[in-house]
Design a binder for this molecule. Structure first.
Ligand code: NAD
Length: 361
């Protein structure tokens, strides 16, 4: 089969890690008889340098014409880069927010998985880390506080800042359906996280999720308050399968979940909607501090490409082949610097990509 992939290399380590993921995809193409066509798309700082805006109409059009998008990461050093002297709507991140919104990518999926080989990097107590964990956070991505009305005003000489958290029932229903669908493909447990003891938006969230659950009798639903969830993630992460939550809670909990794996360079993510299209990127940023040194870990991006094969192209066997190759290379002891420890073999970005490519059979 032929597949048309939009490729956003982005800024910082983006071009290095995306190059490795493309190497892996090309090998998958060779072994399984597929042809991947790549269309490069500028976003973030790379786009500002060329067009003066972080997302041009032309780039948006190319993104719309793709079957899926593979992305590195965008942005620079937020203190020193000239991109951050620009007004907020012209900075790199504004381009990504606009792209997600324009493409209607309302569901962000971030797996957090503890590899046996990387157990030592997990900051949790040994008796917790040796249980392992394998969970997914499904975060609503285009509503809530980040997109609600906001204003700062002065009343009687005192400044007030207001952000609004709004969800309508359709927005909640569509992400809940996505979450239950994913839970059904996994261990069939969904934890819906809210703050229903305080927030109206959370009470509606809970009501709609409970309603959607009726169509998924094979999936066990539990509700959990967000403060409790933050605690449970470090106390007993193995209890979770799919965590479903709104935009801001998801932003915070997914960073916490990535932290307990001990290796941000390993974590993939997908932004999805209700058709097969998706945008796939590592959970980490553009790491400008290590850009261009061939030391960045490309595995998060390679695993994001595996998610693309699974969720956009329905190529399950091929996705598993990529995940297996990563597993084998870790078992063989190869590590980039972020996950390196005594008795393992230190390799660079390119070498890691090469080893994983070779292990695809
Ligand atoms: P970051 O994730 O880029 O880096 C945090 C730390 O982790 C750094 O020390 C970095 O060297 C390290 N790191 C990250 N990825 C790594 C990898 N693959 N291999 C090895 N080490 C890795 O976060 P930050 O420094 O807060 O942000 C840098 C820039 O990235 C900012 O401009 C920020 O806005 C942007 N950012 C972009 C996205 C995105 O494109 N979706 C997400 C987060 C941050």
């Amino acid at each position: 089969m032929d597949y048309k992939i939009g490729v956003i290399k982005g800024d910082g380590i983006g071009p290095e890690i995306v190059t490795e993921a493309m190497k892996v995809l090309n090998k998958i193409g060779e072994v399984y008889g597929h042809q991947f066509y790549y269309q490069e798309i500028l976003l973030g700082g790379a786009s500002i340098d060329v067009y003066g805006v972080p997302l041009s109409d032309e780039s948006l059009q190319l993104a719309r014409e793709s079957e899926a998008i593979l992305m590195g990461s965008i942005g620079g050093n937020t203190t020193t880069s000239p991109w951050y002297q620009l007004p907020p709507n012209l900075r790199p991140e504004a381009g990504l927010l606009k792209l997600r919104k324009e493409l209607g990518l309302f569901a962000n999926m971030r797996p957090a998985y503890l590899y046996k080989e990387l157990e030592g990097a997990c900051p949790l107590k040994k008796e917790i880390s040796e249980q392992g964990f394998d969970l997914v956070i499904m975060r609503e991505l285009t509503g809530g506080l980040y997109f609600g009305e906001r204003k700062t005003e002065e009343i009687d000489g005192v400044r007030y800042a207001t952000d609004t958290l709004t969800y309508n029932e359709d927005e909640i229903r569509r992400i809940a359906i996505r979450g239950f669908d994913i839970a059904r493909q996994r261990r069939k447990k969904l934890t819906s996280v809210d703050k229903a003891n305080v927030l109206d938006s959370s009470r509606l969230w809970r009501e709609i999720v409970t309603d959607v659950a009726k169509d998924y009798p094979d999936v066990t639903l539990e509700h959990m308050l967000v403060d409790n969830c933050a605690m449970q993630l470090v106390r007993d992460p193995a209890q979770f399968d799919v965590i479903l939550t709104e935009n801001m809670f998801g932003d915070i909990l997914s960073d916490e979940a990535s932290m307990i794996t001990g290796s941000i360079g390993m974590l993939s993510s997908a932004s999805l909607r209700d058709d097969p299209f998706g945008l796939y990127e590592p959970s980490h940023g553009s790491a400008p501090d290590i850009a261009g040194q061939n030391i960045a870990n490309p595995i998060a991006t390679i695993l994001s490409a595996a998610m693309m094969l699974r969720y956009s192209f329905q190529l399950e066997k091929e996705a598993e082949a990529v995940e297996k190759a990563v597993q084998i290379v870790l078992e063989e002891g190869y590590r980039t610097i972020d996950i390196h420890s005594d008795n393992t073999k230190l390799v660079g970005t390119k070498e890691m990509g090469d080893f994983i490519t070779k292990r695809i059979l």
